[in-house]
Ligand binder design. Sequence first.
Ligand SMILES: [Zn+2]
Ligand SMILES: [Zn+2]
Length: 152
Amino acid sequence: MPQSNAFTSGSTALRDTPEADQGSTLSNAAAVRNTRQKEAIRAAILAAGRPLSPEEILQAAQRGVRTLSLATVYRNIASLQRDGWLQAVTLPGMPARYEVAGKAHHHHFHCNECGKVYEMEGCGFEFHAKLPQGFTATAHELFLSGRCAACH
Ligand SMILES: [Zn+2]
Ligand SMILES: [Zn+2]
């Protein structure tokens, strides 16, 4: 689990003032464009309801802002992570996906056919691993893979 979890929730409302505040360094037009790009990217991630790769974010957000480029998506991913709004989902051996930060504990499902990653609400897994005496487990990571409903 990324460390960003601890301090992400609750503070996003303060961060909504976009780059437009840096009026001295950005022209108004550029600031408006940046804001629209960021909003389109946030909307795409929220609408998806599952972790998205940068390419998937680009595809979805381009419906709002046609001129969006992959470089812009990467720049906004970094910025939204700094804001604490977005966090990376890393599954072993796969490029990172991104989801809204600060969600309750949950797991992910990777479809081997279409490559999409889905969110599975909650946990529900019972672990019967026998810990060595004196050990305490405080976290676990687990993801499922298989075929999603659309690929069946
Ligand atoms: Zn699938
Ligand atoms: Zn769990």
